[in-house]
Design a protein around this ligand. Structure first.
Ligand code: FE2
Ligand code: FE2
Length: 262
């Protein structure tokens, strides 16, 4: 099974980059299933129903979220109806939506788990313990990908070791900057600290760089907007064997300095 995981899609720039690049990526990579993090898809803040449809129409099979899950108030109107849209599983019990999606892939099923770190992040239940509990429920499914939405490299690495041999892949999201540490851990779990983002290349993690600078320099409240201009697309491709073990992990980075190559 070949999985394409796309990092945080930021605003309309990110969505149009996907529209432009995904057909070529699909053609050259031929993924069996595509996952994207959509927590910033609506102007950098959350996701709307229309944008979720847009992502599905582009061929994305499953959309994960993160700390921006609730930024668009309308999310509460539809998240419970969307089995392929997931928010961090370690939000407190009773939180709307779900943290796991089961995506049919040919004759198989890929379970996607969204978890959120706790270091420099909103307060949530322990993601390590929540992962343990979820894996008990998913013990019949060999193909499991975890989107670990977290700020610190150390928490992400710790989660990867915690889950090595128990899931197919632990892929980090949230920092919007791709790391170059892709590897397969000894018991067969593919790992990448952060997959990176899809959106403006010349902003600050996708947002208007002048507004971000103003915020840092003045410490005044500044309403951030997404940056415009040329885009970047960051993703990762993971190949899984029939037992769910990772066989290969490869980063995808497309931007002005890294043009697409077949
Ligand atoms: Fe994000
Ligand atoms: Fe985030």
């Amino acid at each position: 099974m070949r999985v394409l995981m796309i990092g945080d899609v930021v605003g309309s720039c990110g969505r149009s980059a996907l529209r432009n690049q995904l057909p070529r990526l699909n053609q050259s990579l031929q993924p069996d299933v595509i996952i994207a993090n959509g927590e910033n898809a609506a102007g950098g803040r959350g996701i709307t129903r229309a944008i979720l449809r847009e992502l599905y129409d582009l061929g994305i099979d499953c959309v994960t979220l993160g700390n921006h899950a609730w930024d668009q108030r309308e999310i509460f109107d539809f998240i419970d109806d969307e089995s392929r849209l997931i928010r961090p599983a370690n939000y407190p019990e009773g939180t709307p939506g779900r943290g796991v999606a089961k995506i049919p892939v040919g004759q198989e099923v890929l379970a996607v788990i969204n978890l959120m770190g706790r270091t420099f992040m909103p307060m949530t239940e322990c993601p390590f313990r929540v992962a343990d509990a979820l894996l008990q429920e998913l013990e019949d499914i060999p193909f499991i990908l975890v989107d670990f939405h977290a700020e610190t490299t150390s928490e992400k690495q710790a989660m990867a070791w915690h889950l090595d041999g128990r899931v197919s892949a632990v892929i980090g999201t949230h920092t919007h900057v791709q790391t170059a540490d892709e590897r397969i851990l000894p018991s067969g779990t593919a790992y990448l600290t952060d997959v990176g983002m899809v959106g403006a290349y010349n902003g600050v993690i996708g947002m208007d760089r002048n507004l971000v600078l103003k915020k840092f320099q003045t410490q005044l409240p500044v309403r951030l907007e997404t940056e415009t201009g040329p885009a970047q697309l960051n993703a990762v491709v993971i190949d899984l064997d029939p037992s769910g073990c990772a066989r290969q992990i490869r980063r995808i980075r497309i931007d002005h300095d890294h043009p697409f190559m077949d």
